[in-house]
Design a protein around this ligand. Structure first.
Ligand code: ADP
Ligand code: ADP
Length: 215
């Protein structure tokens, strides 16, 4: 799969298969193509060549809403709707035509107290906001969780706690997870498989143990 911007091949002829249930970290320097690759998976970006399939279905084919609902996406800047409450943000998949959302259950999953439900995003800490973003991403019964530098703006302690919670949710819910991060330590700690990108290509594909052994 390839996506270019002018002369820049942001993603350069990448072929990748991710088995269900895997937790994949996509690492690499800024500008290496991580975010572009991630966004082609839920069609936020349409590739110039190649295709993306999920469970055998091409995400570029026809009406993809049923497929998209199974994909949760967490933005780097969280992207909560500022004029909606925490509960309304989490119930967003329901607003756009999905099944009713158990907001309390979702708050529990990300370890947030229920009394935050009626606050606006501006009344939350950065870590709490990102927890709401994760709850919203999973609220539509997502099976595939895509995260673009979700912990980048957080302090190390919050970052660590949230990373471990995401790994816990991955295991509990049987998710397939792709985490874009520039933090190799975070990738080694959380992922089953680490993909290293450089100039639009995947230049390493290994388990944390293999990487630590210098393979
Ligand atoms: P990363 O997520 O690893 O930082 P990106 O996927 O954001 O990398 O970017 C890969 C390359 O594509 C970079 O050279 C970047 O400047 C370029 N790029 C990304 N998005 C755009 C865009 N909308 N317009 C032009 N160039 C872009
Ligand atoms: P980032 O570069 O931080 O990953 P993007 O540029 O991908 O963020 O997205 C910009 C903003 O667009 C998001 O923060 C969000 O507010 C909004 N947005 C785009 N698509 C969606 C969506 N499907 N659900 C919610 N917000 C969205």
């Amino acid at each position: 799969m390839t996506k270019a911007y002018g002369g820049t091949r942001a993603v350069d002829d990448v072929t990748l298969a991710i088995p269900g249930g895997q937790f994949v970290a996509l690492v690499g320097q800024s500008g290496s193509g991580k975010s572009t690759l991630l966004k082609t998976i839920n069609r936020l970006i349409v590739p110039d060549a190649g295709r993306v399939t999920i469970d055998g279905a091409d995400v570029g084919d026809g009406p993809a809403p049923h497929l998209r609902r199974r994909i949760g996406y967490v933005f780097q800047n969280v992207g909560l709707f500022p004029h909606l409450t925490v509960a309304e943000n989490i119930a967003m998949p329901q607003r756009i035509g999905g099944a009713p959302v158990d907001v309390g259950g979702r708050l529990d999953q990300v370890e947030l107290p229920h009394d935050l439900a009626d606050r606006s995003p501006a009344q939350l800490s950065g870590g709490q906001r990102q927890r709401v973003g994760i709850a919203r991403a999973l609220a539509g019964e997502a099976k595939l969780l895509l995260m673009d530098e979700p912990f980048g703006a957080l302090d190390p302690v919050t970052r660590d706690a949230l990373g471990r919670r995401v790994r816990g949710l991955h295991d509990e819910l049987g998710l397939t997870t792709i985490l874009v991060t520039h933090d190799i330590a975070e990738a080694l700690l959380l992922a089953d498989r680490v993909l290293v990108m450089d100039a639009g290509r995947i230049v390493a594909d290994a388990t944390p143990a293999e990487l630590l052994a210098g393979k």
